[in-house]
Design a protein around this ligand. Structure first.
Ligand code: EPZ
Length: 434
């Protein structure tokens, strides 16, 4: 196992290039199964979740070839519908295989996803949509089995009690692209990753109208072709680097992004005094107001609201801004695993239900901290960048699932951050409180 050691206090300056979006790439690997022809995906981030997805597709019988660090060739000429428990249980996004397998093979067998530290993540909306399209859905010994031999077009409201579902929408779109007739998805997710999936499917010959909106109409076709598709930039990674520049009061240019994907996040940053300047069409320069930053309020919502995947990082940023900031989680109400670790660094945060109330401005102190999920890990690193002394982050495999070369990119911005073997831990830190 590896750990990260961060020596806080360094102001970040310079340019950082954003990688392709994990949450766009994963459903697109699954979408490649919709055709027996070859698909090439470019600008794919080099992440453990992506490599897992490649292994799962290979297990399903697809020919998988890596064409370099950020490109993959997927040729699913002969595939079967049984996804392997050992791999699927490691990555929730594998639930996106349901739709394409049911559409192409009329059958799917996917182990039910396991628990998740960010909170309750049911798949009832995924299964209800398939059911309403005429599929027969059953759960046998923890495996979701879908018989799609009698699929039919349907008009479905796919939203749930927490609003729209991203991968649920992806599954419903992919299940309907080969179903003759018109399927309507109302209450669909409109995250940029869903729009990018529709763009890829249209390149394959799918007929989708309303892409990027909450109302999608899919005209089923007989067959889809392979395609070459370039994955959109990762807006969550981009925003994480913007907050890294802001938390260190530095000056950072975040390159290779689509500023329009940052909506509500950019609004909150600007209200707090973080100056975001668009330089050209794919770069944002971040500076902070010399007179200091103001506390902010955040409510996480489905797109175009403030992304839940940025809540933990924003919480860390709020710890460094004098005054009271309030962060409310409306998507995953218990997504606060980062808070006990921030408290270990001297932060003052109290939790009232799904609200984190941050009394910012106190100096943070470096400490051994435990990563628990992808975005909580990023939050701890942001805090470590400004804490006094050394911060040691354990279980950084969580980070490697979703951030390509994070420590290297931060080092290039001047951060004093090193990836070390666990044996490098000072003896006193060898057994962090579990
Ligand atoms: C996607 O997960 C992302 N993952 C998550 O990113 C992200 O946090 C989430 O969307 C919300 O934006 C990928 O795209 C691979 P949802 P997903 O279905 O699709 C409830 C990261 O850090 N719900 O949009 O699983 C659910 O409990 C990860 O990159 C149901 O009730 O999320 C949640 O409260 C973490 N029933 C809300 O909807 C369902 O059937 C949104 O979930 C499905 C979801």
């Amino acid at each position: 196992m590896e750990i990260l050691r961060i020596q806080g206090g360094q102001r970040l300056e310079g340019r950082v290039q954003v990688s392709g979006s994990k949450n766009a790439a994963l459903p697109q690997f699954a979408a490649a199964l919709l055709s027996g022809e070859e698909t090439i995906l470019e600008n794919v981030p080099d992440l453990s979740d992506v490599r897992f997805m490649g292994e799962i597709l290979a297990h399903l019988g697809a020919d998988i070839e890596r064409l370099g660090q950020n490109a993959w060739k997927i040729h699913p000429a002969n595939i079967h519908p049984d996804a392997p428990y050992e791999l699927v249980r490691k990555m929730r996004a594998s639930i996106c295989l349901l739709g394409p397998l049911v559409a192409r093979l009329k059958r799917a067998k996917i182990p039910m996803p396991g628990g998740c530290v960010i909170g309750h993540r049911p798949i009832d909306l995924h299964l209800r949509a398939l059911n309403e399209m005429g599929a027969n859905v059953s759960l046998n010994q923890g495996v979701v089995e879908v018989d799609g031999t009698s699929m039919k077009p349907a008009t479905i409201f796919i939203g749930g009690r927490h609003g729209s579902t991203v991968t649920g929408t992806a599954n419903a779109i992919m299940a309907s692209v080969l179903t003759q007739g018109t399927t309507v998805l109302d209450g669909a997710a409109c995250e940029p990753e869903i729009l990018d999936l529709c763009t890829m499917l249209e390149k394959m010959g799918a007929k989708i109208s309303g892409a990027g909106s909450h109302l999608l109409k899919i005209e089923g076709v007989e067959k889809l072709q392979g395609c070459t598709h370039r994955v959109i930039p990762d807006r969550i990674e981009a925003a994480t680097y913007i907050m890294a520049g802001a938390i260190t009061r530095g000056e950072v240019c975040v390159q290779g992004i689509q500023p329009s994907h940052l909506g509500a996040f950019a609004k909150v940053m600007k209200e707090s005094g973080i100056q975001l300047q668009e330089l050209g069409e794919d770069t944002i320069e971040v500076k902070t107001d010399p007179s200091g930053l103001k506390p902010f309020e955040v409510i996480t919502l489905p797109h175009p609201g403030f992304p839940t995947d940025l809540q933990a990082q924003a919480c860390a940023l709020a710890c460094t801004i004098p005054g009271l900031s309030i962060l409310t989680e409306r998507v995953y109400p218990s997504r606060f695993m980062h808070i006990p670790e921030l408290l270990r660094m001297g932060a003052e945060v109290s939790l009232e239900g799904a609200n984190a109330i941050v009394r910012g401005g106190k100096t943070l102190n470096g400490a051994p901290v435990m990563a628990s999920d992808l975005r909580a890990s990023a939050a701890l690193i942001l805090a470590g960048l400004v804490a006094e002394g050394e911060t040691w982050v354990h279980r950084i495999y969580h980070l490697d699932r979703g951030y390509e070369l994070l420590d290297k990119k931060l080092r290039n911005l001047g951060a004093r951050i090193e990836r070390l073997p666990e044996s490098a831990l000072p003896p006193a830190f060898r057994s962090p409180v579990d």
